[in-house]
Design a protein around this ligand. Structure first.
Ligand SMILES: Nc1ncnc2c1ncn2[C@@H]1O[C@H](COP(=O)(O)OP(=O)(O)OP(=O)(O)O)[C@@H](O)[C@H]1O
Length: 306
């Protein structure tokens, strides 16, 4: 039964706080086995939506299903199936990191023997094994963030909800978070992650849902975002790159140490230009979109809606 349902299905969900309509008609699907990014400006309603999915806030209206169940009427069953990592979360300061995860393992009724192994495995996974016996309050912000992630994973949830999980993480921890979320998706988990850090989202997400002022604006596969007109940066070891571009009638920017920018209509045009440059004996060492797809799509979308 729930195996066939998407991880999350929301249709025209609404939630108001007094005069503020925080969520006014959001619809989205979060498939299992994929990472979906929830992207939008401050105040767009991302956290409000996540709180409703996590059973912590009731919607005023609309249709919501998490792992095939209604979070408003079946909260306990939904909680057993979701892992929730809020943007700000409390930790029990006096517990050690091991006790902290162990406490949640017990709350999810994982048998003691299995729980011990699971806790050790999670401490390794989030690189906190060396802090296992330290009280939680001595952990840094990023370490607490990783502890929160371990806590969210303790019961092997079907659906993972993460609100700004990368904030406070150093670059290595972000790469590790990305790998971990990909691994979760590979195992079939439906992952929904809200973030402002678009460079990292592009590498982790399969799909993106743009939200603004309480509504979902559009949903895209990340792969689709790169197919439109955009700037590419080309760098060559030797050979006269600007002259080769001029010969081919390709408009370009001034050469800089990081390369020469060219504006191309499509990925097809990029592939053709690369082939031509190589045929012209230009020794190309890099040829890639300048900036990132998600960021340029986000900027284009917020510009349109100003
Ligand atoms: N408990 C509340 N009471 C009153 N207004 C609220 C409450 N929670 C959220 N809001 C309002 O609802 C709107 C959406 O807030 P929300 O926190 O969901 O946005 P967000 O997209 O998560 O923003 P950010 O990216 O800044 O975290 C905002 O205008 C916010 O002020």
């Amino acid at each position: 039964m729930p195996e066939q349902d998407p991880g999350i299905l929301a249709q025209d969900v609404r939630r108001r706080f007094g005069a503020v309509e925080a969520v006014r008609g959001m619809s989205l699907t979060v498939p299992r086995g994929e990472v979906t990014a929830l992207v939008g400006p401050n105040g767009a309603g991302k956290t409000t939506l996540l709180l409703m999915l996590a059973t912590l806030l009731a919607p005023d209206s609309g249709h919501l299903r998490v792992a095939g169940l209604d979070p408003a009427t079946d909260a306990d069953a939904v909680r057993a199936r979701i892992g929730w990592m809020p943007d700000v979360f409390g930790v029990y300061d006096q517990l050690t990191a091991r006790e902290y995860i162990g406490f949640f393992a017990e709350a999810y009724r994982i048998p003691a023997g299995t729980a011990r192994e699971r806790v050790a495995e999670l401490l390794e996974l989030v690189h906190l094994a060396e802090f296992a016996e330290q009280p939680v309050h001595v952990l840094s912000r990023g370490q607490k963030q990783r502890l929160g992630l371990a806590r969210a994973l303790v019961h092997r949830p079907e659906v993972l909800l993460l609100d700004e999980p990368a904030s406070g993480l150093d670059p290595r921890s972000r790469v590790e978070l990305r790998d971990l979320l990909r691994a979760q998706a590979r195992e079939g988990t439906a992952v929904l992650v809200s973030s402002h850090i678009l460079t990292e989202l592009e590498e982790v997400a399969d799909r993106v849902v743009f939200v603004d002022r309480g509504t979902t604006v559009s949903e895209h596969a990340i792969g689709e975002l790169g197919t439109h007109r955009r700037t590419w940066r080309v760098r060559a070891l030797e050979g006269d790159l600007p002259a080769a571009l001029d010969r081919r009638g390709v408009e370009h920017g001034e050469p800089t140490p990081s390369g020469v920018d060219v504006l191309l209509e499509s990925e097809q045009a990029a592939a053709d230009l690369l082939r031509d440059l190589i045929a012209d004996q230009v020794r190309v060492v890099s040829f890639a979109p300048a900036g990132n797809h998600l960021e340029s799509a986000y900027l284009a979308f917020t510009e349109e809606r100003r």
